[in-house]
Design a protein around this ligand. Sequence first.
Ligand code: URP
Ligand code: ZN
Ligand code: ZN
Length: 468
Amino acid sequence: MKTLIKNGTIVTAGDTYKGDILINGEVIQTIGKDLDVEGAEVIDATGMYLMPGGVDAHTHLEMPFMGSTASDDFYTGQRGAAFGGTTTHIDFALMPQGGTLKQGIQNWHEKAKGKTVIDYGFHGALTSPSPEAIQEIPSLVEEGVTSLKIFLAYKGVFMVSDEEFYKALEKARDAGMLVMTHAENGDAIAEIMKKLLDEGKTEPRYHLDAHPAILEAEATGRAVSLAGQTGAPLYVVHVSCEDAAKQIEMGRNKGFKIMGETCTQYMHIFEDDMKVPGHEGAKWACSPAVRTPKDAEYLYRSLQNSTLQVVSTDHAVFWYEGGKDGRQGGKELGKGDFTKIPNGIPGIEDRLYINWDAMVNTGKITENRFVALMSTNPAKIFGLYPKKGTIAVGSDADIVFFDPKKEHTVSASTHHCNIDYNAYEGRKVKGMPVKTMLRGKLIVDNGKFLGEKGSGQFLRRKTNNPVL
Ligand code: URP
Ligand code: ZN
Ligand code: ZN
């Protein structure tokens, strides 16, 4: 089956040009001018930007966490992603407490089974860092899992010691894997939380006081130094603030193999959004916490100058009003005690249009850098390129038809994820994905979902990937 996309403007990380794309089955066969192919189904893309499908490198579907489970499963979360122009994501497979890394991967395969509608991979997560688990790290490569998240935060739950972190860095380095770290000082945060609660400070806004930028910067600097000492590559997840980005800059200037991402929320949601009366601020309780517009400006600069290479979402969704109508408990679990609010924020569906509007429409980021941040760089860093992350001959035909003129008001009443609020409610954006193609098949077409449950493919990823 051949499909010919005509008259679009192709946007890759390197170029913007008018061209036609011929797809043969699941892959791109030819890119050229004025192509004419007998028997091919023709899709007219006049007025559209044709970009590689989004690659979201940081998601948590159906994740058990803080007394709840994320409400988006592999069907609803991936369906939302598809509407938003994302065709690949990498989810964190948390190992069971006291169990093995491979059990985590198996559990996540079970969650995904029969539900997937876009392509996906897994990161390991060293959430129970026994000596046996550290020994087990290299065996993840056999599972097609070549990156591993390690937490310096969430004391008593996922947090590891510096010794465990250091040993894991060495193991991962020798196996050609990439360590990813959640960098916050979990010990200090636990102390601050106790003190705030003792003082009767229980509302969601105190989440901000418990997660100050300086403790993110401290842990980022520590992680960068330990990685630099071992020579292991390191990718810092969800960088939220200037002070943490500066630690990454420091490591890169020393020649360490350090990379990092920020997430949509850190450029669009700020401390003042959380400082609202009542429980509403809980919607934006995530770790690290949201920061200030000044931090966001620094993050934009860091994305421009390659201190940071990726924008992800950290999509981890918990009902605002859970515990009723068959729903899991959600953000209401933290009423009267902010430390019990399940941490996380939605975004898998919103990432491309929110950031296009804020980055490309304002001239802060070129459309090519946008493609690099949203698709090409995560595909390269996590071993999926050039199958994913670009529009090129031989690549999977994962293509977003993006209408730069289409306007939209973001709302939970129209989004497609399984969550009762939208973190960006009411924002007006210009530029929307209108068709999403996965491996040559349209899975979203002008508001209609055409994906089939179980059609998403698990992606086995390469080792020894480039440090960008
Ligand atoms: O608040 C967050 N970030 N929730 C998801 C888990 C994590 O730390 O990434
Ligand atoms: Zn994290
Ligand atoms: Zn996360």
